[in-house]
Design a binder for this molecule. Structure first.
Ligand SMILES: [Zn+2]
Length: 130
């Protein structure tokens, strides 16, 4: 997935070899430059590991969103009267709960008591009447 960590590790090993060679040469400037290089590589390694973690999180999130999107498109309801119905399911569902949260909430039949007011169902979650 992320090939940058092995590359940084290899660069750190190369810096270690340079450090050993610099000891033989005995030049303080070279040794200082190599110490800086090692420090920068260690920082890069930490940042790369952090990015790898972030990438894994984003890939998980992306997969979940794809699944949600797929479920939404395959489970698209039909508007029937004042409620939603789904294929292969004889229940009646709240339009508001589905539209806002893709929450499939079966509505309660009001039994005709408010039918003359145009109210036949009530959502037990959002309390909408329809
Ligand atoms: Zn509702």
């Amino acid at each position: 997935m992320v090939e940058v960590l092995p590359a940084i590790q290899a660069a750190m090993q190369a810096a270690q070899k340079l450090r050993e060679l610099a000891k033989k040469v005995g030049d303080a400037d070279i040794r200082m430059a190599i110490a800086d290089l090692s420090e920068n590589l260690a920082d890069a390694k930490l940042q790369a590991a952090d990015l790898k973690g972030q990438l894994a999180e984003l890939m998980d999130e992306n997969r979940e969103l794809r699944e949600t999107l797929e479920a939404r498109s395959t489970a698209a309801p039909k508007y029937e009267g004042s409620v939603y119905v789904f294929d292969g399911d004889d229940g009646k569902y709240c339009t508001a709960c589905w539209d806002a949260h893709q929450n499939k909430v079966r509505v309660t039949d009001m039994g005709g008591r408010f039918a003359d007011m145009g109210i036949n169902y009530r959502c037990p979650v959002c309390k909408a009447t329809m």
